[in-house]
Design a protein around this ligand. Structure first.
Ligand code: PMP
Length: 450
């Protein structure tokens, strides 16, 4: 399918959307969703005939791009064979998806509990940790996002939780390392790491280790700003968890399945969690799927005692068929290695070059197909380009930057004062370079606010 203009159809699609679709995270009358006509690979297009390079990969999930023929065919064939079957039965495609995932997750995370997405994975990881330990509390980081269902939004640290926060029963938040805006006034990565670990130890000591079921962390926090932790941090957290019998949950809903240039981001730090949550990239989002990969020890807790949780569509055959096909494609086409290479050779150097030439870029962070540019008003004071959690007029500089990107044919991922560069993991070198050129032009709009 290629773009062709059909503005009348676009207007009809938009009108129908406006009439009946209630959109996530939005003031319904203040949004103007683009009517999308189609998508392929790293691009999508609208009904006006405009084509966009997608630097968001949806919501950071189309890791192998849109409409990969092998995944589309696998879903079609599964629908013809067995479109649905309840989770209590053994189904070939479900056990195959579980095997392929378990083989790729680190360490002994060999049992897979399937969910429909990331938040449900986090919900169930929290439940598993609490039942396994018999303890009530979970520690989570301020700069984090874990999903929008009840427990997941309480475990979330960033402002998206504010409206739903019921007092966050059983959740204690702490600061994870982030040198650029260090909560610990550290000057070096080593200092930041040591102080963050000491802060975590102090938090545990004052909460009482016997009351803490789990520590949950995004291995590399995603929507909160792609802060790659110092090398020693996660091994240090692992050691603290072992010392106190606390379950370590690593949330890889965004960072997993090739995004960072390894199958899972935990590999960069040589850390094995007790529970690992995944979704998004597991099947590039062609059919909703998520899950929890479970260690042998936690799986044993539920060997002769029922696990108190479940979902009607757990391990849905269509979603599992998409996962099997996606993982096959990633292996056959070397997508994980490609993401590592494109990060190292194209996106990393290209974004650092933009930072050198645009004073509005305060910091570039990331790896693989997982990058963030922190936009600032003043590079010396690091004052963000827009105030924390700004909206409306206060957010105008970021809105102007986003509009400039879209006009040039680049669809940007914007969060607060940052733009994230999170394209499909199999984006070609030419596409990645084209995107950097478009970003270069749009950053002059941000520079104008200095
Ligand atoms: N955890 C992380 C790290 C995420 O990035 C997200 C979604 N952005 C979620 C959990 C929630 O996933 P979902 O939207 O599929 O419920």
């Amino acid at each position: 399918m290629t773009p062709h203009a059909d503005p009348a159809k676009g207007a009809a699609v938009k009108a129908a959307d406006r009439a009946h679709v209630f959109h996530s995270w939005s003031a319904q009358e203040l949004i103007d969703p683009l009517a999308v006509a189609g998508a392929e690979g790293a691009h999508f297009w609208d009904y006006e005939g405009n084509r966009y390079l997608d630097f968001t990969s949806g919501l950071v999930y189309t890791n192998i791009g849109y409409q990969h023929p092998k995944v589309v065919t696998a879903v079609q064939e599964q629908a013809g064979r067995l479109a649905t079957f309840a989770p209590a039965f053994a189904i070939d495609v479900r056990s195959e998806a579980a095997r392929l995932i378990a083989e790729r997750t680190p360490g002994d995370l060999d049992k897979i509990f399937f969910t429909n997405g990331g938040a449900e994975a986090v919900e169930n990881a929290a439940r598993m940790a609490r039942v396994h330990t018999g303890r009530p509390k979970i520690l989570s980081a301020y700069r984090s996002y874990h999903g929008a269902t009840a427990a997941a939004i309480n475990l979330t640290g960033d402002p998206r939780r504010w409206a739903s926060d019921n007092g966050s029963a059983g959740v204690v938040r702490f600061w994870a390392p982030f040198l650029y805006r260090s909560p610990f006034y550290a000057k070096t990565e080593e200092q930041e790491c040591a102080r963050a670990l000491r802060h975590l130890e102090d938090t545990i000591a004052y909460e009482g280790p016997q009351s803490i079921a789990a520590i949950i962390l995004e291995t590399i926090p995603g929507t909160a700003g792609i802060m790659v932790p110092p090398p020693g941090y996660l091994p240090g957290v692992r050691e603290i968890c072992d010392r106190y019998g606390i379950v370590l949950v690593l949330d890889e809903v965004m960072a997993g399945f090739g995004r960072t240039g390894t199958w899972f981001a935990a590999e960069h730090f040589d850390v094995v969690p007790d529970l690992l949550t995944f979704a998004k990239g597991v099947n590039s989002g062609y059919v909703p799927l998520g899950g929890v990969a479970i260690s042998g020890e936690i799986a044993d807790t539920f060997a002769r005692r029922p696990y108190p949780g479940g979902l009607t569509y757990s391990g849905h055959p269509l979603a599992c068929a998409a996962a099997v096909a996606t993982i096959d494609v990633m292996a056959e086409e070397g997508v994980v290695e490609h993401a590592a290479r494109i990060g190292r050779d194209v996106l990393g150097p290209g974004l650092r070059d933009l930072a050198d030439r645009h004073p509005s870029v305060g910091e570039v962070r990331g790896l693989g197909a997982f990058w963030a540019l922190e936009l600032v008003r003043d590079p010396d004071t690091r004052e963000p380009l827009v105030p924390y959690n700004a909206s409306g007029e206060a957010n105008a500089p970021m809105t102007a930057f986003a509009t400039a990107c879209k006009k040039s044919g680049l669809w940007p991922f914007i969060n607060m004062n940052r733009t994230h560069v999170v394209p499909a993991c199999n984006i070609s070198e030419t596409e990645a370079k084209d995107g950097l050129t478009l970003l270069d032009e749009a950053l002059t709009v941000a520079d104008a606010h200095l």
